[in-house]
Design a protein around this ligand. Sequence first.
Ligand code: CO8
Length: 257
Amino acid sequence: MSEKPIEVVDNGGIVRLTITRPKALNALNSAVLEALEATLLELEARDDLRAVLITGAGEKAFVAGADIAEMRDKTPEQARAFAQKALKTFKRLETLPVPVVALVNGFCLGGGCELALASDWAVASDNAVFGQPEVLLGVIPGFGGTQRLPRRVGPAMALDLVTTGRKIDAAEALRIGLVNQVMPQANLEAYAEELTKQLGGNGPEAVRNAKQAVHDGQDQDLDSALALETSLFALGFAGAEQKEGMNAFLEKRKPNF
Ligand code: CO8
């Protein structure tokens, strides 16, 4: 591979990550996963990070899945290690303390769909194609699809997608809640960049706490999750953001976070 597997563009804490393997439709092989993890480790250590956009190079694919050529000859132990490598990396992405937007510019299949599911937002071109086609390869999703997909779209639709392996278009992905927004490819870049900038301009403490409440709350019973929300809500009153946000409202001006 001549290109760097992950291209990083940093615009004052608004970071764009591009998976750069267009000849293989950005399929996730070990090199890509390792580069993504190393990049996320660097991002985690920064205190000026405000938002992340993740996409795939080229106009055809976001990510067309885990690399089938690399997986074909794996033993069960090697397959487990490969899946664990991806799960660890996707978890890092999911738990970044800033909003993560997936810009889905084409095929978003298997591990690609699972990568979008580990992002907070997904915006897609109207020609994007989604699916968890692993059963058609004789396996099941291994990068979180059987767990994050039902959490996003509900168990009935998740079972449909993972057991049929059928592909769905962007309109259906929007209807079932897999993506937040769909638009023509020509408008997508500008929209996703603006959205990421806008999300990055919100108060970072409030955004971090909101993200944690939603993610951590989903795996708890309702009472525990509501208690978590109360703790994070109250925590907000300990920081400068709450004072600035509420003062700005009362003074009829924009807050400066
Ligand atoms: N892995 C490796 N190479 C790929 C992949 C992939 N997932 N997808 C596409 N490519 C390669 C093709 O082999 C081809 O390479 P070459 O030019 O050298 O022949 C190149 O990208 C272009 O692809 P196509 O010629 O196939 O392009 P088309 O426009 O004809 O078709 C498709 C596009 C429909 C996206 C087609 O490429 C396709 O079906 N790809 C595979 C989609 C898929 O099944 N994805 C799921 C993979 S499995 C997975 O992600 C689950 C992970 C579970 C983890 C388990 C841990 C071990």
